[in-house]
Design a protein around this ligand. Structure first.
Ligand code: TYC
Length: 101
């Protein structure tokens, strides 16, 4: 490249931004039985018994646990599905969703 060459810098950001990912968070409570939490995690998130137990115990001990990270619509659908299963059974089990940093 000679001294007279012009280097053009792109002025705009690339147009395709990656869609934001969302965390699905399991929230501890004092009333939902541990076995029920594990059953809901297995049914909705299709994880192994061992993983579900570990996630449940993490929320039980620390207050919350991230269950999975995924697209916003999937996060909201799964959280609603899990909350509805708990409501039907009369338990206050709660899941929340929030954007990943
Ligand atoms: N803390 C509940 C109990 O002792 C069990 C539990 C764990 C509930 C995790 C909710 O997200 C939860 N029965």
């Amino acid at each position: 490249m000679s001294d007279n060459d012009v280097v053009l810098k792109p002025k705009t950001k690339p147009k395709v931004d990656r869609p934001k990912l969302y965390k699905i968070i399991l929230v501890n409570d004092d009333y939902t039985p541990r076995e029920f939490v594990v059953m809901v995690l297995k049914a909705v998130f299709r994880m192994s018994e061992e993983t579900c137990y570990r996630v449940m115990m993490t929320a039980h001990k620390l207050g919350t646990c991230v269950v999975m990270v995924c697209a916003k619509d999937i996060a909201e659908t799964k959280a609603t599905e899990a909350i509805d299963l708990a409501k039907e059974a009369g338990f206050p089990l709660m899941f929340t969703t929030e954007p990943e940093e």
